[in-house]
Design a binder for this molecule. Sequence first.
Ligand SMILES: [Zn+2]
Length: 339
Amino acid sequence: MPKLSGAAIAFAALAAVGVAGGPNGGQQPPSSTPAAQPRVVAARPPAPALPGPAAGKVSMVFVGDVMLDDNPGHAVCHGEDPFAGLAGALGADVTVCNLECVVARHGTQVLKPYTFKARPSCIPLLKRYFSAVCVANNHSGDFGPDGLAEELGLLKQAALPYFGGGHDKAEAHRPLILERSGRRIALLGYNDFPPRQFEAGPHRAGCAWLREADVAADIRAARTAGHADLVIVMLHWGVELQSAPESWQRTLARRLIDAGADAIIGGHPHVVQTVEVYKGRPIIYSLGNFVFDYFPGDPLVWEGWIVRLTFPSSGPADLEVLVVEIDRTGFPHLKKSKP
Ligand SMILES: [Zn+2]
């Protein structure tokens, strides 16, 4: 058994978070008790790739679905800023959201339940708060490959980097590399939720699809060709409204860490799920919604997470989870800690 050290997790305003750790991962079901588990120590893997001596600490923040159509989109068009109250919580060397809508003027609406299209005027707002957006999800293709291609062009024009999708399959699988504090951070994103037609083709815009062999190959390429010091994998997967991941997800997440990922960040189920530490690497199964409005039959309160990973110059990451509550407009607010 590896020596226990590092891999500290801090939870702020902890509401319904399941945490597990240890050399073999492990997991416990989410608890409805607002119990405080300030720090959890988990096992460290034997020989991680460590950055060079010049490398410094890097902080990264991840949030879940940002959907800027419907109520949030209307509010943004009227000058409101869904992120304004969370600027401090979102501040980090790298801040990433899952962009759960197309951002375009054109494109052909696909026949499917729930299609989301935001106006291009929201891009400066996204750029103000996010270093990059993940486009690997089940809405990036809502307005066809043309809609996504337009979005990717607009993001490039605005110098807001994206990952998990591209004008073709090769671009969709290419890691986004960001350099911070002397470290190269690779971001990869994959979708698993239908429709499958949203997958990028050799000559068709779309998202990268979740297949273990492809993800493992992309992780390796990020390390070798991309010279990445840290590799973060975002997965759009899981069962909607289910409070825990499926067993295949737990198996796959661990295998991707075995393949070289430093963290797995999941989303899509609209609710938060559980957190696990495997070989000192965090696995967040579902971040939940972040900017998303209500539909009939929804629960009274949606909760989502802001996940902050801090990678020190050496050793495992610290993980902090902030809980947000989402109001009727679809805007997030930090959940107040219970006394
Ligand atoms: Zn989704």
